[in-house]
Design a protein around this ligand. Structure first.
Ligand code: FRU
Length: 514
């Protein structure tokens, strides 16, 4: 560190220390997030069943830090779902949860996601591809089979049944139908009069049943099996409007809540339903387990159960209670969220306040150091230039060699004269710059200019530095008291001397003596 004084080094060290401290404090203040997953959820439809599931998925994130969900609903359109999956992949999701609208049509988009290394959970509806990470669903065949068995018994083994299918190419429709048809094979007296092609919506079920009824006037129907509760209620509306009031209706989904299948069964609007579980929270847990690299099951089967007049009342009480708790949990989450937000804001304010305090302290310390350093350096410069430096060290103006050495000689002469004039009268407390100037045969202004040009300091500063420098030497080399020395170097009051000394050297005269 040549050319850098001790004081400058000290300042640099201090500055470095405080900058590092501020940096560490700010780093500690920054919130550290351990993980951040973006999970895309591609829903084939948008209806109360999907809404419930999405709400559960969202609730699942309350218990998982750093998980963000991106929802997309295709409203039963294959093209839209393909586009939505592609754009979810493009935004850079970490995992895809997908309920494919139909078995065939959505596979290419799912395959594309999977081939890009994005884990895929196929949920509830199947594809014809093996490119997925996990599959989660209830057993749709079994549900159809149990419903068929229930209907067989409910009709006492005899009767005419109308079946309203779900969307043709979707796996639950195919599997529910197969299970249903297989179960009814055991009941010779039961005939599936017609299997109508629906699409899971209430309106389509209404339209196709009405149309069928108009074409098949007089055909007796004892029971309509709609493949979901919405299809069953759509079919019921059509039948009732056509004056057919003695028919039974069965559906699937068995949702809780105001418009859910459980209430419809309790209120005898439907004869039976089947709980088709949504399990959004388990779905999210599976997704996070996959992303966390934890062990998981490739096929997860969800539990389901029949809803009939016998259990609908109890189920409704229980599910209503669950919904109430869920709503409270939601409320609690809102509260915790807003509390956390407040806490976060408060913490930010605290950090900022601390930041400002640390900054101010730093500035004050640096200013102090700078001032002390400057005083010390000035003192060093003055004393060095005048009392310790040789003529060669003193700056002279540039010029040719002869002219330069002439100037140097003159400057050297001037310096030695000035030194001897000052040293000769150091004990004179009344010594003024005018006195020095007249001793040097110069005007006050001439002396000032010359001294300033040669040393960079003013005559007054040099005089003071010389007095203190001498005092310093006397303190080290004599037994004289501080007061005596102060008078010897031309100070009128020892207290003022002590003050100036401390300013110059940063220590008290007594300390130097000790
Ligand atoms: C919801 C839904 C349910 C049905 C399931 C079949 O979108 O239509 O009503 O049980 O999908 O996948």
């Amino acid at each position: 560190m040549q050319g850098i004084s001790f004081e400058e080094r000290k300042m640099a060290r201090f500055f470095g220390f405080w900058t590092l401290l501020i940096f560490i404090v700010l780093c500690l203040g920054c919130k550290r997030q351990t993980r951040h997953y973006v999970i895309g959820v591609s829903q084939c439809s948008a209806d109360i069943w999907r809404e419930k599931q999405n709400a559960e998925l969202r609730m699942g994130t309350y218990f998982q830090d750093g998980v963000e969900l991106r929802f997309a609903a295709a409203y039963d359109s294959d093209e839209r779902q393909v586009e939505q999956i592609d754009s979810l992949v493009n935004i850079g999701i970490d995992l895809l949860i997908v309920a494919p609208n139909q078995v065939q049509t959505i596979s290419p988009a799912i395959d594309r996601a999977y081939e890009q290394g994005i884990p895929v959970i196929v949920f509830e509806r199947k594809t014809n591809s093996q490119k997925f990470t996990a599959f989660m669903s209830a057993d749709n065949y079994e549900m159809g089979r149990q419903m068929g068995d229930y209907i067989g018994k409910r009709l006492g083994g005899r009767g005419q049944v109308l079946e309203v299918m779900g969307l043709k190419g979707s796996s639950p429709a195919i599997e529910r139908h197969n299970g249903f048809a297989d179960a009814l094979k055991q009941y010779d007296g039961i005939k599936i009069v017609e299997t109508l092609q629906g699409d899971w919506t209430e309106q389509t079920a209404y339209n196709i049943v009405r149309e069928w009824k108009e074409k098949n006037e007089g055909e007796r129907i004892d029971l309509v099996f709609g493949m979901n509760d919405r299809s069953a209620t759509g079919a019921r509306r059509a039948m009732m409007e056509m004056g057919d009031s003695a028919v039974l209706y069965c559906g699937i989904d068995g949702l809780p809540g105001e418009n859910g299948g459980i209430r419809l069964v309790r209120d005898s609007i439907l004869d039976a339903s089947f709980i088709y579980p949504t399990y959004g929270d388990s779905l999210l847990q599976l997704a996070v387990d996959i992303l966390d690299g934890k062990p998981y099951k490739k096929e997860v089967k969800m539990m389901s159960a029949m809803v009939t007049h016998d259990n609908a009342r109890v189920l409704l009480i229980q599910t209503d209670e669950t919904l109430r708790q869920v709503a409270r949990l939601d409320e609690l989450h809102e509260k915790v969220n807003s509390y956390m937000q407040q806490l976060h804001n408060q913490r930010t304010i605290n950090w900022l306040t601390w930041g400002v305090v640390v900054l101010l302290v730093t500035v004050i310390i640096l200013l102090y150091l700078y001032r002390t350093g400057k005083i010390m350096m000035r003192r060093e410069r003055m004393v060095n230039t005048l009392w310790n430096l040789n003529a060669e060290d003193i700056q002279t103006s540039k010029g040719n060699g002869e002219q330069k050495s002439m100037e140097e000689a003159q400057t050297s002469l001037f310096v030695s004269r000035f030194k001897s004039v000052v040293e000769a009268r150091l004990d004179d407390c009344n010594l003024s710059v005018e006195d020095l100037a007249s001793d040097m045969n110069l005007s006050r202004v001439q002396l000032y200019r010359k001294v300033k040009a040669v040393t960079g300091a003013s005559p007054v500063e040099l005089l003071r530095a010389a007095r203190l420098n001498k005092a310093y030497k006397l303190l080290l080399t004599t037994d004289k008291s501080v007061s005596e020395i102060s008078y010897m170097v031309g100070f009128t009051a020892p207290s003022y001397f002590t003050k100036c000394f401390k300013e110059e050297y940063g220590v008290l005269p007594g300390d130097v003596r000790n």
